[in-house]
Write a protein that binds this ligand. Structure first.
Ligand SMILES: CC(C)(COP(=O)(O)OP(=O)(O)OC[C@H]1O[C@@H](n2cnc3c(N)ncnc32)[C@H](O)[C@@H]1OP(=O)(O)O)[C@@H](O)C(=O)NCCC(=O)NCCS
Length: 164
């Protein structure tokens, strides 16, 4: 019994983000980013009809676990944008970021999105790897845009992908 529990492979479902998810979303965001967004920031974004999000939830957890991952995006007049995405460090590189991005791209397309944009720190290798694998290309940069915890400045890359 214990052995099968310990070897259980996590299974996830990707479901639309609801207002009641915002506290967990803000908590995970706070773990993964230095600039913390409060629950109310997520709530106010999610109540705008141009904004949408998805959360990844484990479907076979025996005990309730912290939220595995989320993505928040927006679509306005054919232009979609990833506002933020995060996956728990304990689940890094298990394919959840990919699935969340696929869900956001599909929903943006359903809402009439033609292209999707996002902004990423040029030193963020996991995110850059994910976006490049999804077909995003760098279309602009803002030098010395981000300031790391040690004061080091890094370039923000603007990336784009055609959705059609
Ligand atoms: C970026 C992030 C969402 C990726 O989520 P993830 O679930 O670990 O990513 P996935 O497992 O779906 O990986 C998909 C692909 O992304 C790339 N990738 C993921 N982690 C990587 C890493 N550490 N180094 C290089 N490429 C990486 C790979 O191409 C990977 O495909 P592969 O495993 O078949 O090689 C996650 O690292 C994260 O939450 N980071 C902190 C928050 C953040 O930086 N958000 C983005 C801000 S723009």
């Amino acid at each position: 019994m214990l052995e099968s529990y310990l070897t259980l492979k996590a299974e996830y479902e990707i479901v639309p983000m609801q207002l009641q998810d915002c506290a967990e979303v803000a908590a995970l965001h706070g773990e993964r980013f230095t600039r913390v967004w409060g629950d109310s920031e997520f709530e106010s974004l999610l109540t705008q009809n141009t904004t949408f999000g998805f959360v990844g939830r484990q479907t076979n957890a025996i005990l309730k676990k912290a939220l595995p991952g989320f993505v928040l995006a927006r679509n306005v007049a054919g232009e979609a944008e990833i506002l933020t995405i995060a996956v728990s460090t304990r689940l890094a590189r298990s394919g959840l970021g990919w699935r969340l991005m696929q869900a956001a791209m599909r929903e943006a397309r359903n809402r009439g999105g033609e292209t999707m944009f996002l902004e990423v720190d040029g030193v963020n290798q996991p995110a850059l790897g994910l976006y490049r694998k999804l077909g995003f290309e760098t279309v602009g940069e803002r030098k010395a845009y981000y300031v790391g915890e040690n004061g080091a400045k890094s370039t923000a890359l603007v990336m784009r992908r055609v959705l059609r």
